[in-house]
Write a protein that binds this ligand. Structure first.
Ligand SMILES: Cc1cc2nc3c(=O)[nH]c(=O)nc-3n(C[C@H](O)[C@H](O)[C@H](O)COP(=O)(O)O)c2cc1C
Length: 304
């Protein structure tokens, strides 16, 4: 899945206002990732990023080989996310790659900055995917991080319109990162039924699964995620108790068949503010125009 960042780069380190990222681990092997990077380069001459999510897995994927595919593919920006990114940051930086580290806590942002991250993406509790275990919404997390982080910083989690962009800038971020909102665009390679469901859903249509396993994930509320939550609520649940429900293969089948109740799908609270399926260009133009209108119109009028 692509997540895209709209930023005002105050440092001049990045040479484009927009960057899009593909999650490396959605490709089954490093060879597949290399092919996907090559395919992306055929489709655009714009810069794009790759996300490398570092999971606390018992049997980790071959990270070094995924990194090699990214480096040899000529990718210039990597978004790291997850646990202990140091060796990944070091390796990428040796090859001149800029690192955006995405995290859900100020302390993790500061530690990534010390490790050499060039930018931080701070992901509030509203976000799709893993919000961490601190449950701090963006309204607090973004300014708390902005007070301490020195490198450029993106606000992430719950962004999808011009109001969000203007708010993020007011809170001290240099731009926004969006996941769920980009899933509901014409270009997103997602079954139309899922896009329509996210348009229909309101801001309450998410579930937090894996809470009791201390690996919380925010996903779309549906029959399967409701069942996971119900099993966890009984107490003492182990991953094996919900594995059949959350399996990636089940999620992929549900996506292929357009069965929005068939598997787990990452989606955030921003669903409540998604009312259409525009092209990416229409979406970006609208967000930027609306944010400018809010800043020049509504906000400026307040101090006159
Ligand atoms: C369908 C989907 C898949 C995602 N996959 C990943 C992933 O593999 N790694 C990751 O770090 N974040 C992943 N995310 C999280 C996003 O990168 C981003 O942090 C999050 O979506 C921001 O919150 P928002 O959805 O409210 O914009 C995913 C998000 C979505 C919606």
């Amino acid at each position: 899945m692509a997540s895209v960042s709209t930023r005002r780069d105050t440092s001049g380190q990045f040479d484009s206002p927009f960057s899009a990222g593909m999650p490396a681990l959605t490709q089954p092997t490093p060879e597949d990732l290399a092919k996907e990077i090559a395919r992306t380069k055929e489709m655009t001459d714009k810069p794009f990023g790759v996300n490398l999510t570092i999971l606390p897995a018992i049997k980790p994927p071959p990270y070094a080989e995924y990194r090699d595919a990214i480096i040899q593919g000529g990718v210039k920006i990597v978004e790291t996310a997850g646990y202990k990114p140091q060796e990944h940051i070091d390796h990428f930086k040796q090859h001149g790659i800029k690192i955006i580290h995405k995290c859900t806590a100020v302390r993790h942002a500061l530690s990534a900055e010390r490790m050499g991250a060039d930018a931080i993406s701070i992901d509030g509790f509203e976000c799709a995917g893993h919000p961490g275990e601190d449950d701090i919404p963006g309204l607090i997390l973004i300014p708390a991080a902005a007070d301490k982080v020195k490198v450029p910083m993106l606000a992430s989690g719950g962004f999808g319109d011009g109001r969000g962009l203007a708010a993020a800038l007011a809170l001290g971020a240099d731009g926004i990162n969006m996941g769920t909102r980009f899933c509901v665009t014409k270009e997103a390679p997602i079954n139309e039924a899922f896009k329509r469901q996210m348009v229909e859903n309101d801001e309450r249509a998410t579930n937090l699964i894996f809470r009791t396993l201390h690996n919380t994930a925010r996903v779309m509320k549906n029959a399967v995620s409701d069942e996971v939550v119900a099993i966890e609520r009984k107490g003492g649940a182990k991953f094996e108790d919900v594995q059949h429900l959350v399996a990636g293969v089940r999620g992929r089948k549900a996506m292929d068949e357009g069965d929005t109740d068939g598997g787990i799908w990452s989606a955030g609270m921003i669903q409540g503010l998604i009312h259409d399926i525009p092209t990416v260009k229409e979406l970006i133009d609208r967000i930027v125009a609306d944010a400018e209108e809010i800043i020049r119109g509504r906000l400026e009028a307040m101090i006159k």
